[in-house]
Design a protein around this ligand. Structure first.
Ligand code: OGA
Ligand code: MN
Length: 292
């Protein structure tokens, strides 16, 4: 069957047909998927009845896995191996977390616009999220096009942001929601890393590298930096740049973190939402040197 892409969002997002993701991809099919990602930034594969091993094998046929080690608060009691980021609201017994469970509250950080692993020195390339169960309402995922957002900036702002470098940490994103009770061990683990504010995608286009994890701009007073990043985020996430994914069980959605931001939307706390993410490692840091 030929591979087809049908655009579903305003400037990003396409539904893919003609690919069976229950098996590792051939080289030719993998090349077609990468080309589709370069063009659409978000790809949707509907009705994929796959298990963890199949999701992992499909992901690995596109590149090297980024492991979820030390990035969430789950590590004491993992439901999934580190080849997966457990984005569900479930504990090890597949029961929804209590409303005030610290792991749930930390994960609510995903409701802020972000790019995956921007808090790592080498941030993530693609994320692949598969829906095993979904709540009765809510729980959409929204994606914003950071290339279109960059292009829409006026020339003065483009010049202003060109060489700016930000500090990113999960402590910055969580503290925006009033989650601030980090242990000393977590403070050390979540130490900020540096990321450029403008990055150039291998396709040649520039994008704004924004994320809820960005907490300040090197050389700027903190309140001014935070206000500026909030303004940029507001401009970059206007509806004209956003594709909203309404989940069905079996959907696999793959996005390019280098050219998009995304956020989860709220859903009833007591209902299970089992979504599992595999992630592809990025190629390199976005800045030449990290601060000492
Ligand atoms: C993620 C994420 C959003 C969602 O998997 O990285 O942010 O809707 N998910 O679950
Ligand atoms: Mn995410």
């Amino acid at each position: 069957m030929p591979i087809t892409f049908r655009q579903v969002g305003p400037t990003l997002g396409a539904e893919v047909e003609g690919i069976d993701i229950s098996k590792p991809l051939s080289k030719a099919d993998a090349a077609a998927v990468h080309a589709g990602m370069d063009k659409y930034a978000v790809l949707v594969f509907r009705e994929q009845k796959i298990n963890d091993d199949q999701q992992l094998a499909f992901t690995q046929s596109l590149g090297d896995i980024e492991h979820a080690i030390g990035t969430s608060l789950r590590s004491d009691n993992d439901r999934l191996p580190t080849s997966f980021a457990d984005v569900s609201n479930l504990d090890k017994d597949n029961k929804p977390f209590a409303r005030d469970d610290r792991r749930r509250l930390f994960a609510i950080g995903n409701r802020l616009w972000h790019s995956d692993s921007s808090f790592k020195v080498v941030p993530a390339k693609y994320s692949l999220l598969h829906a095993r169960s979904i709540p009765s309402k809510g729980g959409n995922t929204e994606f914003a096009d950071m290339k279109a957002a960059y292009d829409a900036l006026d020339e003065e702002t483009k010049a202003q942001v060109e060489d700016l470098v930000c500090e990113h940490s999960q402590m910055f994103s969580r503290s925006k929601l009033g989650f601030v009770d980090f242990t000393d061990e977590e403070r050390a683990r979540f130490k900020p890393v540096l990321q450029r504010l403008v990055r150039t995608h291998p396709s040649g286009r520039k994008s704004l590298y924004l994320s809820s994890h960005a907490g300040t701009i090197i050389g700027w007073p903190v309140p001014e930096a935070k206000a500026f990043l909030m303004d940029l985020t507001e401009a970059a996430t206007q509806r004209e740049f956003v594709y909203t994914h309404k989940w069905r069980v079996g959907d696999l959605v793959m996005w390019d973190n280098r050219q998009t931001m995304h956020r989860a939307r709220a859903f009833p706390a007591h209902e299970p939402r089992d979504v599992r993410r595999t992630t592809l490692m990025g190629d390199a840091p976005t800045v030449a040197q990290q601060a000492a």
